[in-house]
Write a protein that binds this ligand. Structure first.
Ligand code: AQP
Length: 354
């Protein structure tokens, strides 16, 4: 139990078309959390240049993520929606965290290993330091809860390690400046400046897998567009992609146990359950014993039913970007005002002169 004010923060990279994994694993959770929490949702454009420096039309990519937030139901007046580069304090705190974190911690990150591939020496320094910037994104607001997909779990553990090391390294200064907060970590009471963030990963679809390979996560950067359902796909495209999704020759089982060792079947049933807000067991009670030829059209209909209002609203918002630009500008100003206060205290704790 902490004494920090609960604050939800999360971000999405403008690195391509948003897909069903981003929606079910992250954005839908953002929407659900906004009823009872103070929330900050960010388009993390500084992260977008870590794996690939030059992007065509980055500005519209940024706008389209913000449009997806709004179209999905996030209220940008009650909460904050903005793009990361509009608040320089993210990069400022990330530099400090680069000096707190250890190179060994970064080298262990599976996302870095996956994205850098075999040629690690040639990966950007930014890609290696990505989790340090992610920790700064969250902690520059002293946010306490972070809704993400399962793939971000390791990065959030690292954000906790960074916060804890900062709290311990500067414990004397934190007390002297009177900026700390009492919190309990495990059983232990500690006094620190940064909260140890709680990941919010649970949900019906914490990891949506590729439609072409049930062992690989659905990803914006997968070269095959058939591997994912994009939020901007029209009904025919969704139908085609689900029809072509990889499956096995067996019929669907009647219980979840029967999905073991059948990653593609498990993925499609999981997607159906998440979209329908039902359990997998419940879905299998309806479809158990049926062939994929019967299940796929039902899944496609459901996906179109859930996604088409969002797609339509995204298209409308992207048709005239002045509204989205105004939301991002306003959100950026409000986020900056909060981040400035935190950074002034961080500078004080470290002992920089202002
Ligand atoms: N397949 C997924 N299932 C569930 N959640 C997912 N997320 C991403 N893919 C899945 C969650 O979406 C949020 C935003 O992700 P991101 O765009 O910031 O970065 P990412 O995790 O690297 O997403 P992609 O699509 O795989 O992008 P690329 O290909 O650019 O790396 C996060 O909360 C993430 O967990």
């Amino acid at each position: 139990m902490t004494t920090f004010q609960p604050l939800v923060f999360s971000g999405v990279q403008p690195t391509g078309n948003l897909h069903l994994g981003n929606y079910l694993g992250a954005i839908r959770k953002f929407v659900a959390l906004q009823d009872n929490n103070d929330c900050i949702y960010c388009v993390v454009d500084l992260h977008a240049i870590t794996a690939q420096l030059v992007h065509d039309d980055l500005r519209n990519q940024i706008r389209s993520i913000a449009a997806a937030f709004i179209a999905s139901g996030i209220d940008p007046v009650k909460h904050i929606v903005f793009n990361q580069s509009a608040v320089p304090q993210h990069a400022e705190l990330a530099w400090i965290f680069n000096c707190v974190a250890r190179i060994g911690w970064m080298n262990r990150m599976t996302q870095f290993k996956d994205k850098a591939g075999k040629d690690r020496e040639n990966a950007s320094l930014g890609l290696l330091a990505y989790p340090s910037l992610m920790a700064a994104d969250i902690l520059v607001y002293r946010a306490t809860h972070v809704p993400v997909g399962d793939d971000q779990k390791q990065h959030l553990e690292l954000a906790r390690d960074i916060a804890q090391k900062f709290n311990i390294d500067f414990q004397q200064k934190i007390r002297e400046t009177g900026t700390g907060v009492d919190m309990v970590v495990g059983e232990e009471p500690i006094h620190g400046y940064f909260p140890l963030v709680e990941p919010l990963i649970e949900g019906p679809a914490p990891r949506v897998m590729s439609l072409k390979d049930g062992t690989k996560k659905m990803s914006k950067s997968d070269p095959s567009d058939l591997s994912r359902i994009n939020l901007m796909d029209d009904a025919d495209t969704i139908l085609k992609k689900i029809r072509k999704a990889k499956t096995d020759p067996d019929s669907l089982p009647s219980e979840v146990e029967g999905l073991k060792g059948r990653p593609e079947a498990e993925n499609l049933v999981g997607i159906y359950a998440a979209l329908a807000d039902r359990t997998k067991d419940d879905v299998l009670q309806e479809f158990g014993g049926q062939q994929f030829s019967a299940f796929k059209p039902a899944l496609a209909d459901l996906a179109v039913h859930v996604l088409s209002p969002i797609t339509e609203e995204m298209r409308r918002l992207m048709g005239d970007t002045t509204h989205i630009d105004a939301i991002l500008r306003d959100g950026g100003e409000r986020a900056r005002a909060r981040a400035e206060k935190v950074m002034a205290e961080v500078f004080d704790i470290i002992g920089f002169l202002r």
